[in-house]
Design a protein around this ligand. Sequence first.
Ligand SMILES: Cc1ncc(COP(=O)(O)O)c(C=O)c1O
Length: 425
Amino acid sequence: MTSPVWHPYAHLKTQTPPPKVVGGDGPRFTLESGESLLDATCSWWCMIHGYRHPRLVEAIQRQADELCHVMLGGLTHEPADSLARELVRITPEGLNHVFFSDSGSVGMEVAMKMAVQYHYLRGKPAKHRMLTLMKAYHGDTAGCMAVCDPEEGMHSLFAGFLPRHHFAPAPAAGFAASREDVQPDLDALRDVLEAHHEEIGALLMEPLLQAAGGLNMVSPHYLRGARELCDEFDVLLIFDEVATGFGRTGKMFAADHAAVTPDIMVLSKGLTGGYLGHAATLATDRVHDAFIGDSELHAFMHGPTFMGNPLACRVALESLAVFEEDDYLGRIEALNGVLREELLDDAGLAEHPHVADVRVLGATAVIEVHDADSLEGAADFARTQGVWLRAFGRWLYTMPAYITSHDDMRRITDAMKGWFRSQAG
Ligand SMILES: Cc1ncc(COP(=O)(O)O)c(C=O)c1O
């Protein structure tokens, strides 16, 4: 009997029955058939500790024994209080307030609503639109779809349903670009702000790494320039660190590369080590304090049922403890070394006729091809090598769990390179 489960991003006519996962351990998950696959994507980039990490599993079990859930409306609990304090400690200086929610998309919705209400409360209600970037991806809910790349994104058919925002070009200068090379990108941002700042409440970006939009890697100079422009035009800066947070770019947060504090920052995915869905939207005093006032409109009108879920908060606390105690930033640096050596230093790969570009940042690597058709079959090929890869569009990428051994990292890069070697071009 076919399963009633409706799978994401799947063409119902052509999809094949998805393999059934029955367990996982470290960087691998196991299928019903007994096949074990090394996960090169750590499940949409969230399982940063890999599967069945004993400390995370135990943290959930212990918390489940005490308190699985209670509403955060009018109540609080120790896991939420402690996690909020820890997030304030580790995020860029000045992000002192934490609003919990249940997924990256909702965390971004919260951020956008916060920005709109902030300006409203300061007497600038016209600043109710967002400025976002081409190649951006911020989630699949309606508010988020409206700030994703409207052309390359997955949501063009919904155009008539979505509110209209402003878009600036995707930054073209890469991670290592100089301040001068970044200037044209910042000029493009300035042009939109000059023309529309009276209705722009916030600039949103995935700092340093536009992930689902094609793993576009961006210079820290761009973040610093964006910060200055936001201050000049009274626009809030929102960093969507749902994908970049917790080490993915080589530092704890992408913002750390630029020493920039955004006004609002959103975390999810690695927040709980992927073990439970949760998100946090952090805000500075400046944003938070605008909500202190006498009218009923000063209350922030958002409250997801599962915000601050004790199980999620507890596992997030444990995830962070493991991250720090086991020197994950050191591990990420070492993985980065392997990725650079295996992918960037491989002249044969760069010269392959299908390959347009190879990029590496932190524990992220992508091989971009000229034509998406040339990745048709890459996932099946990788599976024959014991590796789970899931290419999208023109991008064959890896974002491994940080506990991946160097041998396993090479197994993943071998599968990626092997695909191109198997294609004569
Ligand atoms: C940068 C970014 N923002 C937001 C989201 C949405 O998160 P979620 O899928 O948890 O709603 C994603 C998901 O991939 C993401 O990469």
